[in-house]
Design a protein around this ligand. Structure first.
Ligand code: FMN
Length: 197
């Protein structure tokens, strides 16, 4: 587990974040969660639409979510949901102390919808970084029925009004998280000096 003390500078915090799938208790405290979720409010946001929506799921409600989502995925006929897969997803979810379901509230006004989704993604990134800075781990997943309408409706994200964007699993990493080598930015960045051919 990272401890906030090992994060020496804000840039080091950004550069050392890693997704951690396997998480256990404790989750961030309610006071820490308040700070983490507040960090999600400082995202760039064209038109000040505040399109991000979050549903926090913890404690016994995680088992309810697992029942709902796995049942819906099976009812949808997804052949990938084998008994083995179901068992492993249930075990994974049972260990995670807190989930946040993420959605974008769709505004049909003049701001393009993809910009609303980008604002929501930026808000989630702030949350992921805040979780990391507080010494916890997180993992963004669009598994477990994200694209199944029954799940979207049950979470309160009717696809007529919302785009459900998956779950953030949040907790304490189950084992030490070694640093990872990230790509060199030079492979992704060019300097534009004028019209391209
Ligand atoms: C919108 C979104 C959905 C994702 N869904 C999944 C998923 O369902 N399963 C998965 O293994 N990784 C998923 N990922 C990737 C992980 O969250 C994570 O980014 C990846 O394992 C790389 O780790 P890193 O964040 O440390 O680079 C998703 C990422 C994003 C942005």
């Amino acid at each position: 587990m990272n401890s906030p003390e090992t994060i020496s500078t804000p840039l080091h915090a950004l550069n050392s974040r890693r997704s951690t799938k396997f998480l256990r208790a404790p989750a961030p405290s309610p006071e820490e969660m308040a700070q983490i979720l507040q960090a999600g409010m400082s995202a760039p946001d064209h038109g000040s639409l505040r399109p991000w929506r979050y549903a926090v799921i913890r404690g016994e409600n995680i088992a309810k979510l697992a029942d709902l989502a796995l049942g819906a995925v099976k009812r949808s006929g997804d052949p990938r949901m084998t008994p083995e897969k179901e068992k492993s997803v249930r075990e994974w979810m049972a260990a995670v102390p807190l989930f946040i379901a993420v959605a974008q509230k769709i505004d049909h006004g003049k701001i393009p919808e993809h910009e609303q989704m980008l604002a929501t993604g930026a808000s989630v990134m702030n949350i992921l970084n805040a979780v990391h800075m507080m010494g916890y781990g997180a993992f963004w997943s669009t598994g477990v029925g994200t694209y199944v309408e029954e799940v979207q409706l049950a979470l309160g994200f009717d696809p007529l009004d919302y785009r459900f964007l998956g779950y953030l699993a949040i907790g304490t990493p189950g084992c030490a998280v070694p640093p990872v080598q990230r790509p060199d930015f030079r492979d992704f960045v060019t300097e534009w000096t004028g019209p391209v051919a």
